[in-house]
Design a protein. Structure first.
Length: 323
């Protein structure tokens, strides 16, 4: 009996070890496996960025760096050091608030969005404007609008990190996910995720998976939209998923240009988290120029603008965040 018991313990131990090994190999957080029919990319990693992050509000540093009685102001940063999305228009001149043209659609759209939603907007593509955390502390949130590649130098990397650690807000829109690949802290700021590739730009259906959040409250359960539908590596972890795309509605498929098969039942397009003292609200949406200018619901533009306007306000501390 004693030998049988030992054998049984050994068998159970081996089974547990095998299960843990399998879970480790899968590598994605449990939240990535919602639903029994999960298909698509697996083993996308669950990296550790060595900071307090996730949905616990104790990860936020309320150290008195922001006074909402003075109003809400945000900084839109759209510097590109690689491919440039058409909705950004021509590169901007140096300094703060350089002249914009009608072709700078996304920047103009965010300025108008601020006017309609009670927050002031400055804009720049000059990395020196991000060189000091004290400069960034003038803003309740910093918005990376389709930045690309190495959009920050060493001084700006340090400044952004200190700003976030001091309770700052971050909003990443669209190709903010194609930025600073070699800066692990920034990848964590995005939710432990990064752009890998995308399939054809095409119409699809966005599903609002959490309608209780400030940024999604009032949005329909399902709404039409057109985008590039980014595929991600790593897959976001320790975040609150807000919206996803229904891959079954993508007639041209979701397989990306570098072979990513898509994310199956859980292909997120917006989420939020506390990160290293600050707040981070991000969305992979925002490829189309009309998404920033149209006021219609049939194409989803009005819903997209509602999503990002309320996401900005929550990251800035002007509305409840990520709950």
């Amino acid at each position: 009996m004693k030998k049988r018991s030992t054998t049984l313990v050994t068998m159970v131990g081996s089974a547990v070890t095998a299960a843990l090994t399998t879970a480790a190999l899968i590598g994605m957080p449990a939240s990535a496996h919602d639903g029994k029919n999960q298909q698509g990319a697996q083993a996308l990693g669950d990296p550790d960025y060595g900071v307090c992050r996730g949905l616990d509000a104790r990860c936020y540093h309320n150290w008195g760096n922001f006074d909402l009685s003075k109003g809400v102001k945000v900084l839109v940063y759209s510097r590109t050091a690689g491919p440039r999305h058409a909705n950004l228009g021509p590169a901007l001149g140096p300094g703060l608030n350089p002249p914009l043209t009608a072709a700078n659609v996304a920047q103009n759209g965010l300025i108008e969005l601020g006017k309609k939603n009670g927050f002031a907007v400055d804009w720049t593509e000059d990395v020196t404007q991000l060189a000091s955390p004290n400069t960034l502390f003038k803003y309740n949130a910093v918005i990376f609008m389709s930045t690309t590649r190495d959009a920050l130098d060493d001084a700006a990397q340090t400044s952004l990190r200190q700003y976030i650690r001091g309770g700052g807000g971050f909003v990443g829109i669209h190709n903010a996910f194609g930025t600073e690949y070699n800066f692990p802290w920034y990848e964590g700021l995005l939710g432990g995720a990064n752009y890998y590739d995308h399939g054809p730009a095409q119409a699809g259906v966005v599903q609002t998976v959490d309608r209780d959040d400030v940024s999604t409250k009032g949005l329909p359960n399902r709404w039409a939209f057109t985008d590039e539908w980014y595929n991600l590596v790593p897959f976001p972890s320790d975040v609150r998923f807000l919206a996803k795309v229904d891959e079954s509605t993508l007639a041209k498929g979701v397989k990306g240009s570098m072979g990513h098969p898509g994310h199956g039942d859980n292909h997120p397009v917006a989420w939020c988290q506390y990160y290293d003292g600050g707040r981070s609200w991000v969305t992979t949406l925002g490829h189309e120029s009309w998404a920033f200018t149209n006021t219609t619901t049939a194409d989803g533009a009005a819903y997209f603008q509602t999503l990002i306007a309320n996401g900005i306000k929550s990251a800035a501390g002007a509305a409840p965040f990520c709950r």
